[in-house]
Design a protein around this ligand. Structure first.
Ligand SMILES: Nc1ncnc2c1ncn2[C@@H]1O[C@H](COP(=O)(O)OP(=O)(O)OP(=O)(O)O)[C@@H](O)[C@H]1O
Length: 572
């Protein structure tokens, strides 16, 4: 399409030049038949031919743009999908190290920069190359001296453009990073809007955003200034070039070195030739931006995905066993040291310990969000490092410490746990999690629309909804990571009782701070600073001097203190 459109564009000045010299001035020509044809039918036929050329060029140019847009949209959709898919498989360490706002920027704004370049500039690059390659031989055939005058500044513009390109690339990288930082601030602020209000830090946040905004504006302003400088200088050089063609062209036409038709053709070609040259600068400026955007996307795409996805080893149902497991998030700072315990199939083990003791880390290792540095974790005797992560995670249902609910209806949130669950199973899971009655008391019942991250539910309702969602998965291993902290003790024991009755075969790991959550567990593991300091049944640990006994006494007294007033002995 580009080649044909360019051919029609270049035919127009050629025809005009031919008509001036050989139809109006009637100079002899090798194309005498064409000359006779126009002389016979008159100049109106020339006018109609020019209109037809313009229409043909328009049609081919339109089709070219249309196809380019479609191709660009398709490519960019593929990039976006690949990026999104890739991010789903990246390791936790990547997500820990990268800000959400920055990743959103890479997936949207950077991809859009690439789309714009592909849709608008790639066809223009092809068009400009064809124009330059096609017009110079035509010009040379008309007049060698005029061609030199008409092209003398082109190498200067190119050199200048290359220098500018490097500067542009640097400036755009800084501006893009500043924009990503601003996006992160907006995203964090919106996510933490309640915390900001609770701490009355609105002004502080506004000031923080204002600084980021000003930094972005300054860096972006520098990019705009660079572009403005480039455009004015390159336009100035190009205008000198046009002036030179007009000056020498008119001198040589008057002196009779070239014909009037050749002069008119040259003037037209000159503007046509300079247009792609000037445009090339603009393309290079955007190319600078696009390379930065592409590098930022490539940085994510080159990130290694979670390994071990190709194993065929099946996970048998069986005991979960930690054997001398050690792990640290950072070198020299162990989070877990020599952890060994067993959760027999169908039994419940509770993990207890102060905050930061390493309880959630145990779970993260079992889910293979991280791999342990030493020792091994087995399920039914199979080392979990040898099985597919996906297969492993399908065996485990987890209720996270901070459950995340989507801004959808409660029913949709529950179904997210198991997309194929029947309506009956959804209700049963909600009953087991002691949330069914609460949901039914809502005006819209299960169709109640939740706010973002479930903000319209209370902490306890959110936790119970998350428990029901996990129960729907019906996995052989269940993990509750501090999942009853926002639930009152009565509801908690009723949930645990229902779980015990319904899931006799389920192997369960419960992390808790309250002893009431763990006393009925088959085995209790007490962690302190990443090490197991005590383990045994509730009875054993109660009678063993140590941290467990101390906490039991403390919490037991607390629980006596918080007996509702109507049951408390009357004050004297
Ligand atoms: N992603 C992380 N990167 C670096 N260190 C981490 C990370 N997550 C946890 N830690 C550190 O590892 C240690 C154990 O954390 P972990 O979350 O396992 O504790 P926990 O016992 O579950 O605490 P809590 O009861 O408060 O949830 C802590 O010192 C914590 O600071």
């Amino acid at each position: 399409m580009t080649v044909v459109a360019t051919a029609f564009a270049y035919a127009t000045p050629l025809l005009i030049g031919f008509v001036i010299d050989h139809v109006i001035a009637q100079k002899p020509t090798d194309w005498s038949q064409l000359q006779q044809f126009f002389l016979h039918y008159g100049l109106w036929l020339v006018a109609i031919s020019l209109v037809c050329f313009a229409i043909a060029e328009g049609i081919f140019s339109y089709t070219r743009s249309h196809l380019a847009q479609r191709a660009a949209e398709g490519i960019v959709r593929d990039i976006r999908e690949k990026l999104y898919d890739h991010m789903q498989h990246l390791r936790c360490t990547f997500h820990n190290a990268n800000e959400t706002g920055d990743l959103v920027q890479r997936s949207t704004s950077d991809v859009e920069t690439i789309r714009r370049f592909l849709a608008m500039h790639v066809p223009e690059i092809a068009r400009s190359c064809i124009m330059v390659i096609a017009v110079i031989p035509i010009m040379l055939s008309l007049s060698g001296a005029m061609t030199i005058i008409a092209t003398i500044t082109i190498p200067i513009v190119f050199l200048f453009t290359l220098v500018f390109f490097r500067k542009m690339q640097k400036a755009f990288k800084i501006a893009d990073e500043a924009e990503a930082s601003m996006t992160t601030t907006i995203q964090e602020n919106l996510t933490a809007s309640r915390v900001v209000r609770a701490f009355a830090r609105k002004n502080y946040e506004i000031e923080k955003f204002s600084q980021k905004n000003a930094t972005y504006r300054d860096h972006h302003y520098r990019v705009i200034c660079l572009i403005a400088w480039y455009w004015s200088i390159s336009d100035f050089i190009c205008l000198i070039q046009i002036a030179a063609v007009l000056f020498f062209g008119s001198l040589w036409t008057v002196a009779g070195h070239i014909s009037l038709g050749v002069f008119v053709t040259f003037v037209t070609y000159e503007t046509m030739l300079l247009w792609p040259v000037r445009h090339m600068g603009r393309i290079l400026a955007d190319f600078g931006k696009t390379t930065v955007a592409a590098q930022r996307i490539a940085h994510v795409l080159n990130e290694t995905q979670e390994q071990g996805e190709y194993s065929n080893i099946e996970i048998p149902e069986g005991d979960v066993c930690f054997e001398n497991v050690s792990f640290g998030y950072e070198e020299g700072r162990p989070a877990l040291q020599n952890i060994s315990f067993r959760v027999n199939k169908g039994k419940t083990v509770a993990l207890l310990g102060a905050t930061g003791a390493g309880k959630s880390t145990v779970v993260k290792l079992l889910m293979r969000l991280y791999d342990c540095n030493n020792g091994r974790i087995t399920i039914g005797g199979v080392d979990i490092k040898t099985v597919q992560r996906k297969a492993l995670r399908e065996q485990i249902g987890i209720v996270l410490q901070n459950p995340f609910l989507y801004s959808k209806t409660i029913y949709e949130n529950l179904l997210w746990g198991n997309l194929h669950a029947s309506e009956d199973n959804v209700y049963k899971a909600a009953e087991t999690a002691a949330i069914h009655n609460t949901i039914q008391n809502f005006a819209d019942g299960y169709q109640t629309q939740l706010g973002e991250r479930g903000v319209t539910l209370s902490g306890g309702q959110k936790q119970r909804t998350a428990i029901a969602r996990t129960l729907l998965r019906e996995t052989p291993i269940l993990i509750f990571d501090d999942s009853f902290s926002a639930v009152d003790t009565d509801t908690e024991s009723s949930i645990l009782q229902s779980l015990r009755n319904k899931m006799k075969a389920t192997t369960t790991l419960i992390i808790a701070h309250r002893l009431s959550t763990v006393i009925n567990a088959d085995w209790i593991v007490f962690l302190e600073r990443g090490k197991i300091v005590q383990q045994g049944t509730h009875k054993q640990l109660m009678n063993e001097p140590g941290a467990y006994q101390r906490i039991w006494k403390m919490q037991h007294n607390d629980e006596v203190d918080i007996i509702p007033r109507e049951h408390a002995p009357p004050c004297v």
